[in-house]
Ligand binder design. Structure first.
Ligand code: CTP
Length: 396
């Protein structure tokens, strides 16, 4: 639901602060990255230690940290995709609505250019106060989403409107904003291959490779998050919210790619496809002969799927290949993009133990047909995927 999304929560001083512990868990359960800032008053209701433990991130309370080079109100603001202030006290609402920035939370709100959700919680008389209502109207007019408090029993012993709305409602509102943001690949069909193909030798054995498929999955997830109609052709039975097709051999992968390619806007060949298959596959298990010290297997060349789709592509299709090299990365990549004739080639160095096969991180170079090269520094594969798609779709 929130994969690759950064949610910043602002907690102000109110008894409903304890409910935010569940909100953090809900966001995290749905794969969000969560950071929390608390006002000094909020720390009277829940401890920063609890919040830090649940969010797996430091908790921010002070506007001026002595050993921090970058102002938090700028760096946290750029990190976050959305800012959710819950519970929002009458005091904080009043400050934000009137441009007051006297703590970290209000300073971030003032410097934040993306969506802010405000979920107020307070005593019902405070909520009905004319100044509070004027401030709420001001925020609403400025584009803040206000999740109005609900009626019910309040901590101060009275009943009325003032209780923080259900955390599920805050979560759903957050999703609605993030879902419709960044849908720049909407209506684009993106076909991605992932994993290493397996070439059967007999019913028991196969020729394979070390590809984990993680880079292909990261690309599929990211394309899906950006609204694309994703088809992941993979060799490891991956289940996802988008369409997946299971294949095993290079020939099966070729058929699946061909079946999907016609109306595809982009095809990304992230799979490690075997260059050769077994010439005569054995129907029965090969038995070892006690007299033979060696076994000879004849291999036959597989079709080069990337080359073939690059040759027959439609005018507006974008074809992207990968290039796994253990030496002379850039030189080999240049030769490969010329040979394969794809639009982009993503080159990575598989000799490095810290990136590439099976690793969660990668570092890649993107080459285009004119041999322009763009380096993407080492990062999580999800981040690399995001940057590759950004580059291909015009934000380079
Ligand atoms: N590829 C393909 N069909 C093949 C072999 C590779 O479509 N039969 C694609 C891969 O999915 C990848 C690109 O070609 O996008 C480059 O793969 P790579 O293994 O780096 O190169 P090869 O073509 O196999 O060449 P070599 O093994 O000589 O480096």
């Amino acid at each position: 639901m929130f994969r690759n999304k950064n949610i910043l929560i602002g907690i102000t001083g109110g008894i409903a602060a304890y409910k935010i512990l569940e909100l953090i868990r809900l966001y995290k359960k749905n794969n969000a990255n969560v950071k929390v800032i608390m006002t000094e008053n909020a720390t009277n209701f829940v401890t920063p230690l609890t919040i830090r433990t649940l969010s797996n991130n430091p908790v921010y309370t002070k506007q001026f940290e002595v050993d921090n080079l970058f102002p938090e109100h700028i760096s946290l603001g750029s990190w976050a995709d959305i800012f959710v202030i819950a519970p929002a006290s009458a005091n904080t609402i009043g400050k934000i609505a009137n441009g007051i920035c006297d703590n970290l939370l209000t300073s971030i709100a003032c410097a934040f250019s993306k969506q802010i959700i405000v979920a107020p919680a307070m005593n019902c008389e405070m909520w009905n106060n004319q100044f509070v209502q004027d401030n709420i109207n001001k925020l609403q007019k400025a584009g803040y989403e206000i999740l109005s408090p609900e009626a019910g029993f309040l901590a101060c012993g009275t009943s009325g409107v003032g209780r923080l709305c259900a955390i599920e409602k805050i979560c759903a509102a957050t999703y609605e904003h993030l879902k419709y943001k960044n849908q720049k690949l909407k209506n684009k069909k993106i076909v991605i291959t992932a994993g290493g193909t397996r070439e059967n030798l007999d019913p028991v054995r196969y020729l394979g490779n070390h590809s984990s498929g993680k880079m292909g999955v990261a690309l599929a997830n990211e394309a899906y998050n950006l609204g694309a109609d994703v088809i992941l052709i993979n060799t490891f039975n991956h289940k996802a919210e988008y369409k997946t097709i299971d294949v095993s051999s290079a020939l099966e992968m070729k058929s699946a790619v061909e079946a999907e390619k016609q109306d595809a806007d982009c095809i990304i060949m992230a799979a490690a496809v075997a260059d050769f298959r077994i010439k005569n596959q054995n129907e029965q298990k090969i038995k070892k002969d006690d007299n033979d010290e060696t076994l000879t297997i004849e291999l036959i060349k597989n079709p080069d799927i990337l080359y073939e789709i690059s040759q027959s592509k439609n005018e507006n299709q974008i074809i992207v290949g990968f290039c796994a090299e253990s030496e002379n990365l850039i030189e080999n990549a240049k030769t490969k993009i010329n040979k394969k004739q794809c639009d982009y080639l993503i080159a990575n160095d598989i000799s490095r133990k810290d990136i590439g096969f099976s690793s969660d991180e990668n570092e890649v170079y993107i080459l285009d047909k004119k041999l322009n090269i763009k380096k993407i520094d080492k990062a999580q594969k999800s981040v690399i995927a995001e940057k590759i798609l950004e580059y291909i779709y015009g934000e380079n």
